[in-house]
Design a protein around this ligand. Sequence first.
Ligand SMILES: [Zn+2]
Length: 146
Amino acid sequence: MKSSDIAPSVIAPSGRPKMLTAMGRGLLRRCPNCGRGHLYKGSGLKRFIRIIDHCAVCHEQLGHIRADDIPAYFTVFIAGHFMLSGLLSVANRQYPEWAQLTVAIPLAVLLIYVLLPSIKGAVAARLWALGMATGVLESEKALAPD
Ligand SMILES: [Zn+2]
């Protein structure tokens, strides 16, 4: 896919999609460049957040993006607030602890399973849009001594 195939309102002067457009695509688990290719390899628990090497549609290199711990931090932050508000709302009721945990633990796992890939996609797309896919600005690489 050429950048001319993408709507002009979502393309920055650099030829890449604008930051929020790229992050929105990442949030939807799509390629930040074209928005059509899938961001993750395969499916299932083991590979649900492994970024593909390159987009199958536009061939943009994506496998080198390293989001590290930030997606997990944001996921725990958001899921923790959901869980805390839920647990506090039932704290004064006389539900047995085993019943609360029977609901809370699967809900926490489900929240993380749903939130983590989307948050990682948005973070990876932001890093891609900033040119910081490996944690170093692309412009800094040219300045760094060997
Ligand atoms: Zn793509």
